[in-house]
Write a protein that binds this ligand. Structure first.
Ligand SMILES: C[S@@+](CC[C@H](N)C(=O)[O-])C[C@H]1O[C@@H](n2cnc3c(N)ncnc32)[C@H](O)[C@@H]1O
Length: 214
């Protein structure tokens, strides 16, 4: 199995909730990988929450934190709130519209930011704007957990990844897989240091970055 499909692959459940097969597949490994980095209190912001299936599970797995979901899609914001209501999750706020690449968004300082499967769907310039926004909104010493498919050492990590990238860049030549090292360099410049790199199923990676203390 390769990378995960773009956000169009989500199914209606008839009550506003959307389900994405990729989101249920990667949820449990993501929760396991995040565990060490979730703070003991405060607010964790998710950028590009999608259907909301992930963040309701994060909120249930890590009840010591208040979880803030965000996205740019009205349908997905609706789905997130529907998941929250259906499962009766208490430590989770209403979904908010947030363009993670907007030049001056301010919602922090956050004790953690989580982003799953966004970077390969946006252009380089947008990705750098997302990184700047994360750096602006993380509390000093707090962590950004960034999950997704990347190229490493200039290579795709499987044939399937190369083919998924080709599909994406066929749809829009500006989007597609980013080089891990490039993302780390952009992040470093913004004051976000790599503290961990975790191998995940389906050739994905979880890159954990910490904001320098001022
Ligand atoms: C592939 S989905 C991933 C959703 C979820 N994180 C997951 O893994 O199931 C990508 C999501 O990014 C959102 N998105 C795209 N561009 C965005 C931006 N600039 N700011 C915030 N969200 C964005 C889309 O609306 C979509 O919900």
């Amino acid at each position: 199995m390769v990378g995960e499909q773009p956000h169009s692959i989500a199914h209606q459940r008839g009550d506003g909730r959307l389900s994405a097969p990729s989101a249920s597949r990667n949820l449990s490994p993501i929760v396991d990988a995040m565990e060490t980095f979730v703070p003991s209190q405060g607010v964790a912001l998710e950028l590009a929450s999608g259907t909301g299936e992930h963040i309701v599970a994060f909120a249930q797995a890590f009840p010591q934190v208040t979880w803030q979901p965000t996205d740019i899609s009205a349908e997905r914001l609706n789905s997130i709130d529907a998941w929250r209501a259906e499962l009766g999750v208490q430590n989770m706020r209403m979904a908010q519209f947030l363009d993670a690449s907007a030049p001056a968004w301010h919602s922090g300082p956050m004790e953690m930011i989580v982003t799953v499967n966004l970077m390969h769907l946006i252009p380089d310039e947008t990705a750098q704007a997302v990184i700047a926004g994360v750096a602006r909104n993380l509390a000093p010493g707090a962590v950004w957990f960034l999950y997704g498919p990347f190229r490493t050492g200039g290579q795709f990590r499987s044939e399937g990844d190369a083919s998924f990238h080709a599909t994406l860049s066929g749809q829009d030549p500006l989007i597609g897989y980013k080089d891990l090292e490039t993302v780390q360099a952009w992040a470093e410049k913004a004051g976000l240091h790599t503290v961990d790199l975790i191998e995940m199923p389906a050739n994905n990676l979880a890159l954990v970055l910490r904001r320098t203390s001022d």
